[in-house]
Write a protein that binds this ligand. Structure first.
Ligand code: HEC
Length: 119
């Protein structure tokens, strides 16, 4: 019996399509895992306000008690979360506080944390 020359190609095509489906499912799962913040155990390090605040303590003090910049411990009594976020992103109007020290995403995390009184 003569072999059908089309069959090996069809097999390869089917295998290729299967591989594509498997890879995209794996990719979607991975994407979801990243979006939900790693394995779900707490926050990722880059979004940890206690780590992000390292960019700020030079001016605001090691315990945020204030230094060349004002204390941030009680900033939630003065500013809203949006005002804090825009301060971190843009810096102060008088230029004494530089903007862009952290990414906008990190600024949002920090602002929320500061607005909550760093509990
Ligand atoms: C180079 C020094 C410097 C660094 C670094 C710095 N700040 Fe500031 N920050 C200041 C100064 C100075 C002011 C006061 C600005 C003014 O007079 O309006 C200020 C003001 C602020 C305010 C408003 C406080 C208030 O009561 O009005 C917030 C919130 C703030 N900083 C957050 C941060 C955060 C969060 C970081 C780290 C990502 C940071 N700052 C890093 C100097 C700094």
């Amino acid at each position: 019996m003569k072999k059908n020359p089309i069959i090996p190609f069809a097999l390869i095509a089917v295998l290729g399509i299967l591989a594509m489906i498997i890879l995209s499912v794996v990719g979607l799962n991975e994407q979801e895992r990243i979006a939900t913040g790693g394995d779900g155990e707490g926050e990722t390090t880059e979004a940890d306000p206690e780590a992000l605040i390292q960019s700020c303590i030079g001016c605001h003090g090691g315990d945020l008690e204030g230094g060349s910049g004002p204390s941030l411990n009680d900033v939630h009594e003065r500013l809203s979360v949006d005002e804090i976020e825009s301060m971190i992103i843009n810096g102060s109007e008088n230029g004494n506080m530089p903007g862009g020290l952290v990414t906008n995403e990190e600024a949002a995390v920090l602002a929320e944390w500061l607005a909550e009184g760093q509990e």
